[in-house]
Design a protein around this ligand. Structure first.
Ligand SMILES: O=P(O)(O)OC[C@H]1O[C@H](O)[C@H](O)[C@@H](O)[C@@H]1O
Length: 509
């Protein structure tokens, strides 16, 4: 197979990140020529518009402004115009924020879903070890997103209403999942605190709508807003990232923004042949259109990045999973792929068998971090941890090599034949730092943007999800009617479960 010949190296370095696209099996010249064919003629202008916050999100009638959000100066309360964000982070991290009964806050629960959960959770987890050690007070940060209350079930027993603060994170401040969790919390605090006490000392709201937070009863000094033009899946750079700042400190948060800004600069200034997000976008489109591969596995080989696949799933699939163009014409060609994946080293012991010898086509992004420092352990332990990091990198390289080149089997062992030929990229981060992390996430944002332009979709709306929400409300109304004569359910499968649910709720089963 041609594909398995020694490929030409395609290795592009940037400040925090290297893209090794050698195993995409297309030379730099070939992918650059492809780019010239598929990129819109005015790509340079559109790229500049994005970076300046001037790109038009047509269906929602506003500009796309997440690149402007990458500055701590923008993470302020709209109300007071001063940097209350930093102040609040410092108060909470130093134990000087007291609850209504005078006890310091020890636990913070971020209640949000989608973009109001995935970014803050990923960032807090990835950057925890960089937490500013000078803090006097240890703050535990928890995440609750699921509408079924399953996560609350686990968190409520380990926190105390008197020492817990809740971040209600919701761009729209209407999402039912989030407010279902908040309602349960409001019932839970009752024996210890009044609703008034809770709102005054135990809640921070983050939303694009100050009015909705005020209507909800959140004091202005505990409200953080951000621009409507920042989509939910692009909002971790705004006050939605409060949980990251609380977990790791304001310096870490600022450095993360700085890393993202450096990648904005790279994306905006580098020619196609040296532009990492753009090359990633082009290889992705090539795999989708020319090789007919419908999925991309995200495989981080560093435990700190274990939530990256979940995050990128929303970023990419909600942005480019579209079958209509930005000017509302039906699309008859493939658009964004299915994004899936998981923590690479553990995946080796779980789903990699299918990658090596299954019958489906896929592509993958392997993400490795070469080295790590830790001031938290003695020299001997640090040396061991470095060896572990190296072990993970070597495993990553070995598997991806086998996936690309395959292996011949001896005549008597056909089960050991690996067809190979699987295309992948390798993203190399020398050391995971707040800056390189910010740069990595911004790389994917720009990749998704460039692909959206090629697919001719609006990457910044999500009407399918919104229709799903409306249907869920309708079904909820129908559900209440089950058991009465005027119920209208469209299909037998939905009827079966609703009737069973109704009986359970009425105690008939
Ligand atoms: O932040 P919120 O307004 O609560 O929205 C949370 C999530 O809900 C939705 O269903 C959207 O599809 C997501 O893009 C969004 O991140």
């Amino acid at each position: 197979m041609d594909d398995k010949k020694q490929p030409e190296p395609v290795i592009i370095e940037s400040e925090y990140l290297t893209l090794d696209a050698t195993y995409q099996g297309l030379s730099l010249q070939e992918i650059a020529d492809y780019g010239k064919k598929v990129l819109p003629e005015n790509f340079d202008h559109l790229r500049e518009q994005l970076l300046k916050g001037e790109f038009e999100n047509r269906s929602e009638g506003r500009k796309v402004t997440h690149c402007l959000a990458r500055s701590i100066h923008n993470v302020v309360t709209a109300r007071e115009g001063k940097n209350r964000f930093c102040e609040v982070v410092q108060l909470l991290r130093s134990g000087r924020w007291l609850g209504a009964t005078g006890k310091p806050i020890t636990d913070v629960v971020n209640i949000g879903v989608g973009g109001s959960d995935l970014g803050p959770m990923m960032g807090s987890f990835a950057l925890k070890e960089f937490a500013d050690d000078a803090q006097l007070h240890d703050l535990n940060v928890h995440f609750v997103s699921s509408m079924d209350g399953g996560q609350l079930y686990a968190v409520l027993p380990i926190i105390d209403p008197e020492t817990t603060l809740f971040i209600i994170a919701s761009k729209s401040f209407t999402t039912i999942d989030t407010f279902a969790n908040v309602d349960t919390v409001r019932a839970w605090i009752e024996p210890m605190l009044s609703q008034e006490q809770w709102l005054q000392r135990h809640v921070i709201g983050v939303s694009a709508s100050a009015q909705k937070m005020t209507d909800y009863g959140i004091p202005p000094a505990q409200q953080f807003t951000f621009d409507e033009g920042v989509g939910g899946r692009f909002s971790m750079w705004t006050a939605i990232g409060l949980a990251i700042a609380l977990s790791c400190g304001i310096t870490v948060f600022k450095q993360m923004l700085e890393g993202a800004r450096a990648m904005d600069e790279h994306f905006g200034s580098q020619p196609l042949e040296r532009n990492i997000p753009l090359l990633m976008a082009l290889y992705g489109v090539y795999n989708r259109w020319e090789r007919d591969i419908n999925n991309l596995a995200i495989l981080p080989y560093d435990g700190r990045l274990r939530y990256l696949p979940n995050y990128l799933q929303q970023l990419d699939m909600e942005s480019n999973g579209k079958n209509y163009t930005y000017d509302n014409k039906p699309i008859d060609y493939p658009t964004g792929p299915i994004i899936w994946g998981g923590f690479g080293p553990n995946g080796q012991h779980a789903f990699f068998q299918h990658l090596h010898q299954g019958t489906e086509a896929f592509t993958a992004d392997f993400v490795v971090v070469l080295d790590r420092d830790s001031k938290k352990f003695n020299k001997k332990v640090v040396a061991k941890l470095k060896q572990q990091q190296r072990l993970a990198v070597e495993n990553c390289l070995a598997h991806r090599q086998l996936l690309y080149f395959g292996a011949e089997a001896a005549a008597q062992r056909p089960d050991l034949a690996y067809a190979g030929g699987h295309k992948s990229s390798l993203l190399v981060v020398e050391k995971l730092t707040p800056k390189s992390f910010g740069g990595l996430i911004a790389t994917y944002e720009h990749k998704v943007y460039a692909q959206g332009l090629i697919f001719k979709v609006n990457s910044f709306d999500q009407p399918g999800v919104e229709k799903g929400k409306v249907n869920a409300v309708d079904l909820g109304r129908t559900s209440l009617l089950v058991g009465t004569s005027n119920v209208k359910i469209v299909d037998c499968s939905t009827r079966y479960s609703l009737e069973k649910l109704h009986k359970l709720m009425c105690g008939e089963v």
